[in-house]
Design a protein around this ligand. Sequence first.
Ligand SMILES: *Cc1c(COP(=O)(O)O)cnc(C)c1O
Length: 405
Amino acid sequence: MKEKFLIEIANEYGSPIYVYDAKIISAQYRRLVSSFSKIKSLKICYAAKALSNISILSFIRSLGAGLDTVSIQEVKLGVEAGFDPDSIIYTPNGVSLDEIEEVSSMGVRINIDNLSLLEQFGAKHPNKPVCIRINPHIMAGGNSKISVGHIDSKFGISVHQIPHILRIVKNTQMKINGIHMHTGSDILDIDVFLNASEILFETAKNFKNLEFIDFGSGFKVPYFDGDVETNIEELGLKLTQKFKSFSKQYGREIELVFEPGKFLVSQAGYFIAKVNVIKQTTSTVFAQLDTGFNHLLRPMLYGSHHEIENISNPNGKKRFYSVVGYICETDTFGNNRKISEISEGDYLLFKNCGAYCYNMSSNYNSRYRPAEVFLLDNKSYLIRKRETIKDILRNQIKIEIPDKK
Ligand SMILES: *Cc1c(COP(=O)(O)O)cnc(C)c1O
């Protein structure tokens, strides 16, 4: 995107600011759909937790997507954004039976990932269909970064517990309408994904009345030039083949579901912040911004890499900087980064800020959460206002405390 245009956005709406480009979201959506074009019934359920602004949700709905949710609040947000309840799947972890029952009564697809709640729900509501989340325990070369469903993961019901699942289903007479997995990791090696899919197909054969099989997501996107990404096109070809042969054995072709979050929105998002101070120390040059881990937590939370560019001086001489925030804790966005020479007042651009960025923001240090802007059909729309002191105080209650002096 053009630097000048992004600077205009920051000048118009203020800094710091999140900006999302609709064109990139729809291009990624089309890429995924066309990779699986041979599947009769394909459903892309966008994972709302990646970026859940209501305008983003309704844009993604307009592309034809369903929604993947992990809380009753995300379900309500999805309904508010215009999703039909039956196009929403609810995949919680560790929630109460009450919440599952409430979501189920809204007509949303329910995905259960533990035996205790499966048995309790099945006993109470044998006629309400349920999907089961399986943990396939596939490990790739012992590298925890690319493994699929660790043995000690809290997610899913172990594939080794299928006999127990079958006993519960038989005893309660409950209906199983789907089989699900979600690995949660950045998938680099699609063979790992394909091995896990075999386990899911084998599992599915135990259930005669399935409506869908759901492979979750975990598709990796590139974070810098030359970075690896999941080869969606190759995955499409290979998984389609496996799905077709499963369908033959199963006797019919059921719906195939994916739940991409990062894949659809990561690269569509930019975060722009302003440089408050340049601070030389004995060991480095700090660029200190008008933001911190209150607005962009991923680098500090799990060491994620976000490319940083100086859009105010794109062609300047490159120098090394430590880019940090204004929070009174260590909040380093990037160490020793080569960036075009930075002056106080410049705007820096962070890339890959669509997924898990705004949605992890907080009011730490009593700072306001930033505004969000959506670029659609060559126009910019404010889709969330910057907070004010009213938002900080909204739910606080000031009790009367007399002076002790
Ligand atoms: C988070 C999540 C996703 C999305 O994962 P990405 O890596 O962002 O694609 C999909 N399904 C479930 C159940 C999730 O919890």
